[in-house]
Design a protein. Sequence first.
Length: 412
Amino acid sequence: MATTLDIARDNPNAQTIVASPQPIKVMSEDKPPLIGLSREELAEAMALVDVPEKQRRMRASQLWHWLYVRGVSDFSHMTNVAKDLRARLDEVFSIARPEMVDEQISVDGTRKWLFRFPARGAGRPVEVETVYIPEEGRGTLCVSSQVGCTLTCTFCHTGTQKMVRNLTSEEILAQVLMARDRLGDFPDATTPQGAIVPSEGRMVTNIVMMGMGEPLYNFENVKKALLIASDGDGLSLSKRRITLSTSGVVPEIFRTGDEIGCMLAISLHAVRDEDRDILVPINKKWPIKELLDACRNYPGLSNAKRITFEYVMLKDINDSNQDALELVRLLKGIPAKINLIPFNPWPGSQYACSDWERIEEFADIVNRAGYASPIRTPRGRDIFAACGQLKSASERMRKKDRDAATAAGTAA
Ligand code: SAH
Ligand code: SF4
């Protein structure tokens, strides 16, 4: 199960792992999951274990609390549910966790997990990467929405992996539950009085849908998972602390604000269509103008709720002063933050990261125009957890390649 790669052997952060205080049940069987069902679906599911109609909503609320506030992965811990109902639930449904195939910890404290979900129905098992980034006063979980990606952004490692499939709402949420298990964010389920970790004391305070895959090509499952993650009687993450990043699936942008209500990030990366067509090929379908029009209409957009525009800094490709000026011109009138991301190299990538002075000059122009433009510090490069470096274990990198890429990352 849990292994820590050699990279973390001399790593002081490796000592800080807090494993879950509760025994974790790992998925193995082919039983349908209860994780990821909406409250209504959960209540309906109670019919399958013969709960009388009148009690179904009450049972669903009880289960919701156990699953998302207490984080249990075994029905036997649900002490206020009658024993025979627990046994019946266990016969019919699963609330178990995926297997943790790997856990790596960067020298900067970033953690990357590889989770394996068993085959359900006719499918094959899949492996998914999730990254945790601790920062001063907050901890951000970078969650995957697909295994691989159908899109082929030329600077992104995930884009070189074939799309395997969309993740289900259960699999998206399970990444959050597993991270909270590993980081000690759930109370001890074996003692019913185990104190619930208060929101301010939690390790996972923010979620970004910036792992593998294009979340808006898996809209329904992402929506379901995020609505559960933000449910006030459950995981209770504020929608202000959940950000969905898209490469620009224009027809789903309005719905993202309207039906999910989370924060939006756009992978812009270029200011002219001829450049963006190459870097982010979905641009050929929905060019910059259409994308920015959709942004202007994003529900709830205001100075207090801005859109983040992500811009990867690629040497001699998109990093000139003219590019910065054009970026400012394009975003005029949109409440925006600009996030400059130093390019993270991977083996075989055809780009280099812009020089530091170039990035700073670019940032200055954007700042002078009145936009906050933090330069995103690359995190977890040594364990290949930085933006755009994820690629699932179905095509896992050999150690030799990883070392080469780490060297390239350090040089950049
Ligand atoms: N598919 C979605 C979300 C996942 S990518 C999207 O494209 O928005 C999360 C962010 O990392 C995106 O802004 C993406 O463009 C950026 N990214 C991809 N590869 C990168 C790399 N090699 N270096 C830096 N950022 C990268
Ligand atoms: Fe897919 Fe996003 Fe990578 Fe583009 S940047 S290939 S959309 S994961």
